[in-house]
Design a protein around this ligand. Sequence first.
Ligand SMILES: Cc1ncc(COP(=O)(O)O)c(C=O)c1O
Length: 382
Amino acid sequence: MSVKDFTKKYYVKRTNTNCVKWDASKAQGLIPMWIADMDFKTDEHIISGLTRRIEHGAFGYSLSPKDYFDAFIAWHQRRHDVTYDKDWIRFTSGAVDGIVQCLYAFTEEKDAVLITTPVYPPFSGSIKRTGRTLVTSPLLVEDNYCSFDYRDIERKFKKKNVKAMILCSPHNPLGRVWKKGELEELFDLCQKYNVLVISDEVHGDLIMPDQEFVPALSLKKYHDNVVSLSAVSKTFNLAIFYHSHVIIPNRKLRKIFDDMQYKYHKEDPNEFSLLASYYGYKHGDEWLDGLLEVVYDNYKYLYKRLSPYCDILPLEGSYLCFVNFRDNVEEAADFLKEDCGILANPGESFGKGYETWARFNLATSHAVIKKACDAIIKALDK
Ligand SMILES: Cc1ncc(COP(=O)(O)O)c(C=O)c1O
C-alpha cells in the first residue's frame, strides 16, 4: 500500500481520547512527537477480531486461542527467520514488566546489571526499583554512527562483577539494528564473564529497508545465557493491552523463571491481550509493511529538511529518530517546546551528555512531520 493510501486509511485523530501522546497536559497545544506510540489505527484484522469477541458479550473465564503459539512462532519464522519452541515462551504484562521479572528471577539483590547508554529510561529504572546495582557503559557515537564500546564493557564486567545485561535490540533511541557480528562479539564477552543477556526486542518488527534484524536467539550457541523479550505492542500500536513474552531456551533458567512467577502468582494474560496480538501475528504483515513505508518516508523527509542544521542518526530500526541540534541549542527539548511548539523526548532522559539531542516519533502522518520541520527551521533561522 502506498504511503498516501496507508495514511488515508489508518491515520486517526487521537485528541480527546485519553491519549497520553496527545491529551496529557504537557502535550496540549504542542505538536506531539514524543512517546513511542503511533497515530495510526491498528490492523483491521485485530479490530474486527476484538469486535467479534466483544459482541459475543460473555466475558467469563476463557482459554487462549488454540493456535496462539503457532501464530507467534510462524510470525518470527516468517519475518525474522528464527525458530522458537512453544515451551520456551512465557507471558508478562508488558516488556518492562518482563525486564523486572527477569531481574527478580535471574539476579539477586545488589547484583550488578549493565546497560549501555543512552537508552530507554525504564532500563535503569527497573534495575533501581528491583534493588540491583546499576552499571552503565556508554555507547560510542562517532561520525553519526553508534556502536558498542567492547573494551569498556569488558572492563565493567570484570571490575563490577556484572551478573546480567539488558540489551536494547533494535536500539531505542539510537535507531541501530545490531549486526550479527556485533551481537556475537558482545555475547562472547557475556559468555566469558557469565553475564546473562536480557535482550529487549520489542522494536524488532520495525526494520527499515536494507536492514536485517538478528534476534538474539537466532544465535544458537548463546542459548544458555540469553533470554529475549518479544511483543507486538510497538509493531501494531497495542500498548494498552500490556502484553509481552519472555523467551527462555535454557531449561534451568525456565524453571527459575516459572518458580518466580508461581511465587508471585502471575496470572495468565487476559483474553483481549492474547486476541489482539494473535490477530496481528496471524494477519498483520500487510499492515506492517505499509506502516514501515510511512515511517521510512517520514524519516527521509525529516532528514532532508533538518540535516543542514542537525546531526540525524541513520534510522535502521524503530520509528524513533535521535537528532542532535549541536551548538544551535543548549537544551534541545526546551528549544523545541519554547521556540517551536513541539514536544519531543529530551536527549538527557536517555543518558548524560545528550542535552542537545531529542528523540522524535515518526509514526505519524507526513503532515505532522512537515509542520514540525517547518516550525524547527523557522526557529533555527531566527
Ligand atoms: C525498548 C523498549 N522496551 C519496552 C518498552 C515498553 O514496553 P511495554 O509498554 O510493553 O512495557 C518500550 C517503549 O517505548 C521500549 O522502547
